[in-house]
Ligand binder design. Sequence first.
Ligand code: GDP
Ligand code: GDP
Length: 437
Amino acid sequence: MARPIVAIVGRPNVGKSTVFNRIIGDKLAIVEDKPGVTRDRLYGRGEWLDTEFSVIDTGGIEIEGEDQIMKSVRMQAELAIEEADVIVFMVDAKAGITPADSEVAEMLFRAKKPVIIAVNKVDNLKRMDDIYEFYSLGFGDVVGISGSHGTGIGDLLDEVIKHFPDTSEEEYGEDVIKVALIGRPNVGKSSLVNAILGEERVIVSNVAGTTRDAIDTPFEKDGQKYVIIDTAGMRKRGKVYESTEKYSVMRAMKAIERADVVLVVIDGEEGIIEQDKHVAGYAHEAGKAAIFVVNKWDIVEKDDKTMHQFTQKIRDHFLFMTYAPVVYLSAKTKQRLHKLFPVVTNVAEQHAARVATHVLNDVVSDAVAINPPPTDKGKRLRINYATQVAVKPPTIIFFVNDPELMHFSYQRYLENKIRGAFGFEGTPLRMFTRRKS
Ligand code: GDP
Ligand code: GDP
């Protein structure tokens, strides 16, 4: 199920990052606990009344030059308009409506996306009166909040989730594998789509600034139905946008949310850079199946060790995604292209795989027998049973005597044993621990 995306836009210093941190709360900790996962706060996960969503603080998108603030706020708004499901437009109760606020309001108004105005810095009841002037910006939903006190955040989220799109209806049938291609500019995403489709349906150009209106592309290969999900990342907006990491991550978010399988495209010639990590990290956290596709293999100088060494580099950089297979190919010469789709189909199957409870428990019991959980302050973890409760991605709950005793390293040991028994190649596994004695 695609998680809705919430974007927070607004001028610098209105309190966007303060409120962002309030919304994601301790959710971020889940990500940061894991070695290898990036610590940059490009996005976070929020949850309100059992509804999960992604949230991005669009702040920090900055560009050089005069009229900087206005330009960067405009860019944030454009990004939010393109990719978010709900926009939280943050203003400052103390400052009142500024010209920059009015301009953003106009942009958002034209976009016809749900917009909630969060009037921040309403630190006490007296300030509540200050929120009324913001109704004049023309949006119906105006909520007074205080990021520093944490007040009004619940009211804000009530409004936000009311406007989420209905995702209960699947866009495509269960038998269709939805594939998204992500990666930084120029790694060859559009070329790869062309090569896959075998015809020039997507405009490719090495001149920055080419635009196209992307749409999903359904196709069939060897009796299996697929659809290539529109990746806004393929649209080219020009250097300023492309150089902004936060921007490219957010553009990929929506496509990732809608996909089953994410192809993380890497430039084989240029190698891996930090930016590759962020989009891949998002795919991992969104619980999608993933494949590393090393493109431009035609121009890489290689011997019999090169592939092995490159794979090792990928493993070192993406410690959190050791489950993802690596495919080497060339979109240009179509060399090794035939190797890709069998892998796509396989990881899609693994992503949707379900294991029987008794078989899972046999594997867990054996794992515990070989390597019992260490004691912690005289207490030892006891796993009563495990069961898979969901697919896409496979999600396992361990019922234990005390969830506090399940340490990260032991959980990873169990994950390795489970993968050893069932494969689950290409898909992340979610694991939860619940108390039950
Ligand atoms: P951003 O640039 O929009 O991300 O804003 P920040 O979150 O960095 O906040 C800017 C400043 O406003 C910081 O000094 C915050 O401590 C302060 N601030 C944030 N929220 C509140 C609030 O609710 N009340 C008050 N009085 N100050 C706040
Ligand atoms: P995108 O920005 O990720 O969509 O990348 P493009 O598909 O536009 O490709 C960027 C540049 O890389 C273009 O000049 C392509 O011709 C070139 N390119 C793409 N795939 C390959 C490949 O497999 N081999 C070589 N040599 N060049 C490629």
